[in-house]
Design a protein around this ligand. Structure first.
Ligand code: PGA
Length: 246
């Protein structure tokens, strides 16, 4: 079964809607990432899906960090996965590759599975900088993991920013380009002597019509789905497609 990570972003507006949405897409190959305020409602509404968070703070089990939520708090709540370094956080909240490194290390230390997002802007792509940008995101973003020297799983989500459905004129990348990026990242991880298992996700305008074209490839372990994860019918089809594959 391939994985579908539902990134609800800052949706929906109320708890009852969140619970209904969670119930509608409850499946064993889904990780549901609602806003923090709805984690409890989602936990109560699902029996099969795993719980994910959209972010975490990099320091401490508890501590003087107003407005933040720690990896330990998430773990103790029952969260298993956490999205880190989403392009919207990089753009609107100034997250850097260095903060991604700290957050990824905190997640792993607490036993959460990080989903580290990388990807280039349209401008960077057209300027031929895609590989450079991604290499920097990975080299810095994962640098603290090497010293932990233990076996743990992480996901890297390739999400070209221009393909995220809320970008102007967004359309999904092609599976071929995604595979080329994954192969580039694999080579880079070898060069960096990165030891732990890494699985790759694609994100950016995934929908019921294009999900199969990505998920059919063994190199792509799943999809990070934003907009379509808020539409139960669309999401249901994506989940079914993902469940067909090993
Ligand atoms: P999208 O969002 O599926 O709406 O393009 C994906 C994401 O930003 O994680």
């Amino acid at each position: 079964m391939k994985l579908v990570i539902a990134n609800w972003k800052m949706n929906p507006a109320a708890e009852a809607e969140a619970a209904a949405l969670a119930q509608a897409s409850d499946a064993g190959n889904v990780v549901m990432c609602p806003p923090f305020v709805f984690l409890e409602a989602v936990r109560g509404a699902v029996t099969k899906a795993k719980l994910g968070a959209q972010d975490l703070f990099w320091a401490g089990f508890t501590g003087p960090y107003t407005g933040e939520v720690s990896a330990t708090e998430l773990k103790n709540f029952g969260v298993s996965h956490v999205i880190i370094g989403h392009s919207e956080r990089r753009r609107h909240l100034g997250e850097t590759n260095e903060t991604v490194a700290q957050k990824t290390a905190a997640a792993v230390a607490a036993g959460l599975t990080p989903i580290v997002c990388v990807g280039e802007t349209g401008e960077q792509k057209h300027a031929g900088q895609r590989e450079n940008v991604i290499a920097e995101q990975i080299t810095i973003g994962l640098q603290k993991l090497k010293i932990l020297n233990s076996k743990f799983k992480i996901f890297i989500a390739y999400e070209p920013i221009w393909a995220v459905s809320t970008s102007p004129n967004a359309q999904a990348d092609t599976p071929e380009e995604t595979l080329a990026v994954i192969s580039f990242i694999k080579d880079l991880l070898l060069k960096l002597e990165y030891q732990s298992p890494v699985s790759f996700l694609y994100g950016g305008s995934v929908n019921a019509a294009n999900a199969d074209s990505f998920l059919r490839h063994p190199e792509i372990a799943g999809a990070l789905v934003g907009g379509a994860s808020l539409q139960p019918e669309e999401m249901g089809k994506i989940i079914e497609i993902a469940a067909q594959y090993e």
